[in-house]
Design a protein around this ligand. Structure first.
Ligand SMILES: C[S@@+](CC[C@H](N)C(=O)[O-])C[C@H]1O[C@@H](n2cnc3c(N)ncnc32)[C@H](O)[C@@H]1O
Length: 409
């Protein structure tokens, strides 16, 4: 049986990679399971960006879980490879936008997923002390109301719809303890449409549910005591207020830099010659169903996912249903977003992409080749690239992750 080490080597040298125009060049450096090529300084930065690091506490990082979120240090390092305003067309939870703010650079983040834009917007909002005090105070009122409701529900023996202030999603009774349903209902009623408090509620929803994890949409059996939801909501709101304060301090009080967040399809953005950099991590082919993964949040926050289920790129379900069709669609989508990204760049601007290969039905799906071919077709010149392989527990094999830097002529 092949050792993990030899599997790694085999994956690095796989013909699927060698076929791609991007990878035809001789590799300039090989150190263990890392490959680098192109400009030595840039490729070292790209390699650094792919390396795992410690948990980061600065600013609003860590406030809200998001699948496949980029490491904050990786975002900072990628940003250091270029200048000027930043576009992230697949912004997810907004890691790159937060780091752009910290670097004093204006940014625009887009995502088709309404939960992503809710989170990214909240994480990049520059607040005043009085706004943070208002958030703490609203959260305290909501938690107090939820505590009373949760206790009463528990003492009444569980499910009791007479305690509810508004109709709750039907799925709530399967995915949450009855007192958690009542507590969430009370929190929702008190916070209304406040965007920051809604982001806090979103941040605890999976944690207080029976769902196995953020990325596994399976219902478990765990039971939590009454008032857990109220307490966690209040705690998370106070933490978020502290993180927002940190963000404000790091950016500088009164700074004019800003991050905009739009709910938009990355394949259809209309920005032209506006950005010094596009820095992004698009969906890896066949790895996640980003929109369906958020079903509890859609239900509790009254979010209509609209066409986002149809329009999300590279979904796992599409690759599982029909690999060949999904691969063709993913390649076409890659061409479209790379073209848009290229048009959005100012002359001399940089495109930095972090992307991992997919693994579907135990077989790898090359992600770097289509990105490279699309970039080449747009006249972007590749400056450097790094590839690092990581063990993927879910797939039980190595998964290559790539960071590539291109420049517009
Ligand atoms: C790898 S994640 C990005 C994670 C992000 N860098 C972060 O740190 O949180 C890829 C994102 O692409 C989004 N996405 C998928 N299809 C899209 C499309 N057609 N247009 C815009 N965003 C899309 C997904 O919703 C997901 O948030």
């Amino acid at each position: 049986m092949a050792s993990r080490r030899s599997e790694r080597r085999a994956a690095v040298a796989s013909p699927e990679w060698a076929e791609t125009g991007v990878l035809r060049q001789a590799l300039s450096q090989r150190s263990g399971d890392v490959l680098r090529e192109g400009d030595a300084t840039a490729s070292a930065v790209l390699e650094g960006a792919l390396r795992n690091r410690e948990r980061v506490e600065r600013a609003t990082h860590g406030f809200h879980a998001y699948p496949a979120g980029l490491h904050p240090d990786a975002a900072a390092e990628l940003l250091s490879l270029g200048q000027g305003p930043v576009l992230d067309p697949f912004c997810g939870g907004g890691t790159i936008l937060v780091e752009a703010l910290l670097a004093g650079r204006d940014s625009l983040g887009c995502d088709i997923n309404p939960v992503a834009t809710l989170v990214a917007r909240a994480r990049t909002t520059l607040t005043t002390e009085s706004e943070r005090t208002a958030l703490r105070s609203l959260a305290r009122k909501a938690a107090d109301a939820a505590r009373v409701a949760g206790q009463a529900c528990f003492l009444a023996g569980g499910r009791d719809t007479s305690m509810l202030r508004a109709p709750v999603p039907e799925l709530a009774w399967d995915w949450f303890d009855p007192w958690a349903v009542v507590e969430l209902d009370a929190i929702r009623a008190v916070i209304g449409n406040d965007p920051m408090a809604r982001a806090v509620l979103s941040s605890i929803l999976v944690k207080v549910s029976k769902r196995e994890s953020e990325t596994a949409n399976r219902c478990g059996t765990e039971v939590r005591p009454p008032t857990t939801t109220a307490t966690l909501f209040h705690k998370r709101a106070r933490e978020f207020a502290r993180q927002l304060e940190d963000l404000e301090k790091l950016v500088g009080t009164g700074a004019t830099v800003r991050a905009r967040v739009h709910r938009e399809d990355a394949r259809e953005l209309r920005e032209r010659n506006a950005f010094g950099m596009v820095v992004t991590s698009p969906p890896y082919p066949g790895v996640y169903d980003y929109v369906p993964l958020q079903q509890l949040r859609h239900a509790w926050l009254g979010i209509d996912p609209g066409n986002s289920v149809r329009d999300e790129v590279g979904s796992r379900r599409a690759f599982r249903a029909d690999r060949a069709t999904a691969l063709a669609a993913w390649r076409a989508d890659t061409q479209r977003w790379v073209r848009i990204a290229s048009k959005a760049l100012l002359p001399g601007g940089h495109l930095a992409v972090v992307i991992g290969d997919g693994i579907v039905g135990g077989r790898p799906v090359d992600s770097l080749g289509p990105v490279g071919e699309s970039a080449h077709a747009e006249g972007l010149v590749r400056v450097a690239r790094a590839t690092v392989e990581r063990w993927d527990d879910g797939a039980d094999r190595m998964r290559p992750e790539h960071a590539v830097l291109y420049q517009k002529g």
